[in-house]
Design a protein around this ligand. Structure first.
Ligand code: 5GP
Ligand code: ZN
Length: 114
């Protein structure tokens, strides 16, 4: 998607601190981290929002979760705990319309979220 900043990160048109990449996903540090660990895990396929997921994406989203789990372990936050979430549309707090899992950790998380 030409005007999508996350597609531009995938295509290396804009820089990001990429910590993991394979044929299906890219993971990189959030530019405005909300916790000591704040990684975004995105599919290489452009999907705008959670509402746009179809049954064909079921495996992909499951895989994104597996990558989150793997990175949490590598980043040393798996035992203490962490949060994985996806925002959807404006009231959900979505700012970038290319789906992404937030992986947050390294501090105490609070509930309810703001
Ligand atoms: P959302 O609010 O859509 O769930 O999350 C978007 C996230 O992307 C935000 O946490 C924001 O800081 C991050 N972000 C926005 N633009 C960029 C960018 O150009 N590079 C990186 N690394 N993160 C970005
Ligand atoms: Zn995109």
């Amino acid at each position: 998607m030409p005007d999508c900043i996350f597609c531009k990160i995938i295509n290396k048109e804009i820089p990001a601190k990429i910590i993991y990449e394979d044929d299906r996903v890219v993971a990189f540090d959030d530019i405005e981290p909300q916790a000591p660990v704040h990684v975004l895990i995105i599919p290489k396929e452009h999907v705008a929002t959670l509402n746009d997921l179809t049954e064909e994406h079921t495996e992909l989203v499951g895989y994104m979760t597996q990558v989150a789990k793997k990175l949490a372990k590598e980043l040393g936050i798996d035992e203490k705990g962490y949060r994985v979430l996806m925002n959807c549309n404006r009231q959900g707090g979505q700012a970038v319309y290319h789906i992404h899992l937030h992986l947050l950790g390294g501090r105490q998380m609070h509930w309810p979220p703001g």
